[in-house]
Ligand binder design. Sequence first.
Ligand code: 0O2
Length: 210
Amino acid sequence: MSNWDTFLSPYKQAVEELKVKLKGLREQYQRSSKHTPIEFVTGRVKPVTSILEKAQRKSIPLDRLSRDMQDIAGVRLVCQFVNDIDTIVDLIRSRTDFNVMEERDYIKKKKESGYRSYHMVIEYPVHTIDGKKEVLVEVQVRTMAMNFWATIEHSLNYKYSGEIPSDIKERLQSAAEAAFKLDEEMSKIKGEVREAQQILIKNREENHSK
Ligand code: 0O2
């Protein structure tokens, strides 16, 4: 690749635009005092070293990166409850400013590592000075518990260069189940949690108006 900055520029733009749009949705929910299915939004463009490592691992020729590597651009939506994931997925499917190309449900079918998340690959149009360019963006939707697990596992993978010792792997698998149980338990007491959140919001509003 002769110029990575030029190649990655539309991906950077796509991530920035999507973060603004998705954070905007969160704000709309908050303003309406409804429960927001989006707790926070993050985004990143894959570093060049990670692109090269993945291209080599998956035998992707560099001239096919834009079609065959779907997560060069990534945005992540993190929510409180498992059923918020369905709400977010429906919201994304209903958008007319991009197309959903693929969906991978790693919640119904978790990965061998224990990883859970809902992945969607979208085709997002970026308007550049040379015209419209469609880029693929991977959207990951997960709960805070799934995110906690994935963040820790990701850093261990980095520490052990992808070769996590088998005892730690097993402990991570059982930690993933514990995180999932926590999600199930929180869903069960959701009514109580939401009521508490409404009281907090109301108190905050009253204090502000004083
Ligand atoms: P980063 O730092 O987030 O960019 P593969 O990349 O081989 O796992 P595939 O089919 O290319 O698989 O894409 P998939 O399954 O959608 O996964 C891509 C991304 O999902 C990963 O990107 C991670 O962000 C996340 N992911 C998938 N599996 C796991 C897992 O077992 N543990 C954790 N912590 N995250 C996972 P990158 O490039 O690995 O990392």
